[in-house]
Design a protein around this ligand. Structure first.
Ligand SMILES: Cc1cc2nc3c(=O)[nH]c(=O)nc-3n(C[C@H](O)[C@H](O)[C@H](O)COP(=O)(O)O)c2cc1C
Length: 321
């Protein structure tokens, strides 16, 4: 009995007393991640992620022919589950159909013989009637930035993550982008964010090795931004606000860079403690600063291949009560 009460105290009362809402948020996250892992929503998001990984493969600066075999097999597995659950008319399913069709066509056009068993799997699951011809995008730089100074609708629809850079951007231009991004709102106008810029190629390579999400295009990245939030600027119970405000700032910066014709892509920083420590050995951060996200930026190549990264429909996003 004493053992259980100690367990309860250590695992529930103490964390709740110390961490309050954060503790419940963590439980919510665990529930979403572990308990709800077999839901339709999880299935569809897994499908979205698999499609995204393969669309990245199709748009790399030097696409490796025959890439993503195990990811294709995972995609087929997910599609089979979708069929069994009557989810084969969802937008994620249709995205996957378009992707498979493009993957097969891409290799055919290059005269590359895909692994026979993989090709059969893909052909068997493909429903040509659902393919509506949406493919990855190929554009020259001038056209990519054609709407950079247009009205907001055209402007925001024209922005996409860039994964193919040619060189560093003009330093003054980047400064102007950061200055414009500073118009972002923040709670109590605290503006706890900082943007650290790394331009040294050795450091960039080391950071990318720690981050791990730029495989296939990391060698083209000329500069990296490290977005941080300083916890000494935050108030009581605001430990999550740091991330929220930083997200708003990141969005503002992303659009500001597009406005100044600087290509960019965020690089996820859901790091482990070891990754965080390794990064801190490469850049100087104050002990109260925490890294929220990284981003690569620079002048895009003359001709760009961009992921389509289909967005959710309004029906799948807006809930009107
Ligand atoms: C927080 C965050 C982290 C991201 N991390 C990566 C990454 O590690 N590697 C990568 O290639 N893209 C990364 N991206 C880019 C997304 O893949 C991209 O924004 C998404 O597919 C939508 O495409 P779009 O930006 O072209 O609209 C990240 C984006 C965000 C917002």
């Amino acid at each position: 009995m004493k053992y259980f009460s100690n367990l309860l105290y250590l695992n529930v009362f103490l964390p709740v007393a110390f961490f309050g809402k954060s503790y419940f948020l963590f439980l919510k996250y665990l529930r979403g991640f572990l308990v709800m892992s077999n839901t339709d929503a999880r299935l569809l998001v897994n499908l979205r992620v698999s499609v995204h990984i393969l669309e990245k493969g199709l748009t790399m600066p030097r696409t490796r022919l025959g890439f993503g075999k195990s990811r294709c097999m995972e995609l087929v597995r997910l599609l089979n589950i979708c069929q069994a659950r009557e989810l084969s008319r969802t937008e994620e399913y249709i995205m996957a159909m378009n992707l498979i069709s493009e993957y097969l066509e891409f290799h055919k056009a290059k005269g590359y013989q895909l692994d026979t068993s993989l090709k059969k799997l893909l052909m068997d699951i493909l429903e040509p009637d659902l393919v509506d011809g949406r493919k990855q995008i190929g554009l020259d730089r001038e056209n990519f930035f054609k709407y950079a100074q247009s009205d907001f609708e055209l402007f925001s629809k024209s922005r996409r993550s860039v994964r193919n850079f040619s060189r560093r951007c003009d330093q003054d231009l980047f400064r102007r982008a950061v200055s414009l991004a500073n118009t972002a709102p923040s709670a109590c106008n605290r503006q706890a964010h900082k943007v650290h810029v790394v331009s040294d190629s050795v450091k960039i390579a080391a950071i990318l090795k720690i981050q791990g999400g730029a495989n296939g295009f990391g060698h083209t990245i000329p500069q990296i931004g490290v977005l941080t939030v300083d916890y000494k600027c935050l108030g009581r119970f605001e430990e999550h606000d740091g991330y929220f405000n930083s997200g708003l700032y990141a969005s503002s910066l992303m659009y500001s860079m597009h406005y100044y014709e600087i290509g960019s892509v965020f690089l996820n920083w859901s790091s482990t403690l070891r990754q965080e420590r390794a990064l801190r050995e490469l850049i100087t951060l104050s002990p109260t600063e925490t890294v929220t996200v990284l981003f690569a930026f620079g002048v895009p190549e003359d001709y760009l291949r961009l992921c389509r990264s289909e967005k959710k429909s309004l029906n799948n996003t807006l809930i009107e009560l």
